[in-house]
Design a protein. Structure first.
Length: 375
């Protein structure tokens, strides 16, 4: 998908910078020559004005390069708030390639050691996603910290995207372990994890309340244990058996009686696994020539043996081969024929496919298939 006129013509922002720089130097040289040979003042002024107007596309091209890179991100800044020492504090910036060309991320770097960026995938085809995970270092740093993460993209064109994070790390509160992590939990299962909060400072410090955004989490505190100016709490955090399928990324807000620093947050992570799962959940077919066939396969799993009862896919260019017999692991193969639906079809493909099973009407699995039909 072209980004602007420069991109349509195959000119990268870097090439445009070089071309305009050369042009600007040429204008300056012509102006000096015109003064030396006694050129009329109007001609000299015209050369300078021409150079000024020629520089305008350069600035627009640079802005366009930054703008197309930012379109890959749904957000570019995040604030962690106030967090405790040793807490596992991180945020995932999601990248989605909404263009037809493959996007390659060359590097990610941080302006501060308080934040470590991790890239989950460097090359993205159309509609593929990746994450830049900003990990806030609460072990080695305290106080208010801010960092700028630079994401360098070198294909299809050069661009740099700036991501900003910040937060305050308390030195008087330590949490063990550093997060509320339930891990993988089966649908309908209840799970409890324990966490210890230690404080050193005021002798009357205490937790006044614990708040959260999810009604699927319950928290119970043991009575406070004191030793001089130190206080310790043990928290029992429960994920209810009514939690919905999918990833749960939330936080608990611990409210204290400290008027200066009255609260801090605890990250909560869980993945509720459905009875039926599919691998992969995203398939990229890449470029498919007109009249060509693209093949792939899907692996459907469950703890109980099951049949594949059908496939919901409104796109007639797909053909699915449904396996026979009841198994706990089923392999569904499919073929896609490269052809345009009608004259208005641009060739872009993004189709959700739903696999039905014998385990029940709600026991299905979905996968997204993307690609592009080309001549």
């Amino acid at each position: 998908m072209p980004i602007n006129k420069d991109f349509q013509q195959g000119i990268s922002p870097v090439d445009r910078i070089v071309d305009i720089t050369r042009l600007r130097e040429s204008v300056r040289m012509n102006y000096r020559v015109s003064q030396h040979v006694g050129c009329h003042w109007f001609q000299a002024a015209l050369l300078v004005i021409t150079g000024i107007f020629c520089i305008v596309p350069f600035s627009r091209s640079v802005v366009a390069a930054d703008q197309w890179g930012q379109k890959l991100f749904s957000e570019t800044n995040h604030h962690f708030g106030t967090v405790s020492r040793n807490s596992k504090t991180e945020h995932a910036f999601v990248i989605e390639n909404c263009f037809e060309e493959d996007v390659h991320i060359a590097s990610v770097r941080s302006s501060c050691g308080c934040t470590h960026p991790v890239l989950t995938k460097s090359t993205l085809k159309t509609w593929e996603k990746a994450e830049v995970i900003a990990q806030f270092n609460t072990r080695s740093f305290i106080g208010t910290k801010n960092a700028e993460i630079t994401v360098v993209i070198d294909r299809p064109y050069y661009a740099e995207v700036k991501l900003t994070v910040g937060g305050t790390i308390r030195s008087d509160v330590v949490v063990e372990p550093g997060e509320v992590r339930f891990g993988d939990v089966e649908l309908g299962e209840e799970k409890t994890v324990d966490l210890k909060i230690s404080y050193a400072g005021r002798p009357d410090w205490k937790i006044a309340d614990i708040r959260g955004n999810s009604d699927q989490i319950e928290v119970r505190l043991d009575p406070i244990q004191r030793s001089g100016s130190r206080a310790t709490y043990v928290l029992h955090i429960t994920l209810k058996d009514t939690a919905s399928v999918g990833d749960l990324m939330d936080e608990l807000i611990v409210v204290t009686n400290d008027s200066k620093n009255d609260q801090f947050t605890l990250p909560v992570n869980a993945r509720v696994i459905p009875p039926v799962s599919i691998t992969p959940t995203f398939v990229s077919l890449g470029d498919i020539g007109t009249g060509k066939l693209a093949q792939n396969r899907l692996i459907v799993r469950s703890k109980k043996p099951f049949f594949i009862t059908g496939v919901d896919c409104p796109d007639g260019r797909f053909e699915f081969k449904i396996p026979e017999g009841a198994k706990s692991i089923q392999v569904v193969t499919f073929t896609f024929k490269g052809e345009l639906v009608d004259e208005s079809d641009t060739g872009s493909l993004k189709q959700i496919v739903k696999i039905q099973t014998s385990l029940g009407e709600d026991m299905s699995a979905e996968v997204t298939v993307a690609g592009r039909v080309v001549n």
